[in-house]
Design a binder for this molecule. Structure first.
Ligand code: KIV
Length: 266
């Protein structure tokens, strides 16, 4: 009998810090993509609040609700058999005090198969991170560009304040975060943070020296119809593939070529 692949756990993920083989994390919001991401061997699947923009076609991640995150994480959590499943805490669930944060993150862990939550912030969220961790809820922090603070930051801009970025990363690690996303940070600063903190850094637009990389899967697959950031490398052009297939189907239907005999019952 072949052994089932070993399930990624939070301690195993944290122990990947500094390893030569970098960590891969990808987003998923539904069953088919979650299964494919899991099959790729990625160490973590993130149910990101990017679902607001990627799936719901909204302008930002701000409208995403906790119920929507739970809905999608329940689906992804059932599909994934091997990777670590992490759910984003949407705005403003973790700004409402430590008890509310535990209540809401607790719902995610009770109602889905997520093993951890992710939240945006460093120094300002350190108390909340510590409270969640003390309640047994593993936290991945998210420093650098925090898309939920887009209005305060004045747009989706590269974050360059090295002292603040280092302080945020250090505060998140000190508070007990088991890993952190670094988004839109100059490569040299991400490298310094990666050397300074004892937990894995997962970069997105943060250069090659992080312990791992994360991208939105729809961007990697070339499925995104709107703006695609310059730090993305698309590995497929599924928009074109899907569009071609749908046009060919429509043509076959119009010309009476579908269904054929083999697609019809006798
Ligand atoms: O919401 C999300 O998908 C994210 C990743 C892009 C890191 O936060």
């Amino acid at each position: 009998m072949v052994d089932a692949p070993k399930r990624m756990t939070v301690p195993r993920f944290a122990a990947l810090k500094g390893k030569a083989n970098r960590i891969t994390m990808l987003t998923a919001y539904d069953d088919p993509i979650a299964r494919l991401v899991d099959r790729s061997g990625a160490e973590a699947v993130l149910v990101g609040d990017s679902l607001g923009m990627v799936v719901q076609g909204k302008e930002s991640t701000l409208p995403v609700t906790l119920d929507e995150i739970i809905y999608h994480t329940e689906i992804v959590g059932r599909a994934v058999k091997r990777a670590l499943v992490i759910a984003d805490l949407p705005f403003p669930t973790f700004h409402l005090g430590e008890h509310r944060a535990i209540e809401m993150a607790g719902r995610v862990l009770k109602e889905t198969a997520a093993q951890a939550v992710k939240l945006e912030g460093g120094t300002q969220q350190a108390k909340t991170i510590a409270a969640l961790v003390s309640a047994g809820i593993p936290v991945m922090a998210h420093c650098g560009l925090r898309p939920q603070s887009v209005h305060q930051l004045g747009g989706y801009k590269v974050q360059r304040d090295e002292d603040q970025l280092l302080a945020d990363a250090q505060a998140a690690a000190d508070a007990g975060a088991f890993a952190m996303v670094l988004e839109c940070v100059p490569a040299s600063i991400a490298k310094s943070i990666t050397a300074a903190v004892p937990v894995p850094t997962i970069g997105i637009g943060a250069g090659p020296d992080c312990d791992g990389q994360v991208l939105v899967t729809h961007d990697v697959l070339g499925l995104t119809s709107g703006y695609v950031p310059s730090f993305v490398r698309p590995y497929a052009n599924l928009r074109e593939t899907i569009s071609d297939a749908l046009v060919r189907f429509r043509e076959d239907v119009r010309e009476g070529k579908f269904p054929g005999e083999e697609e019809s019952f006798r």
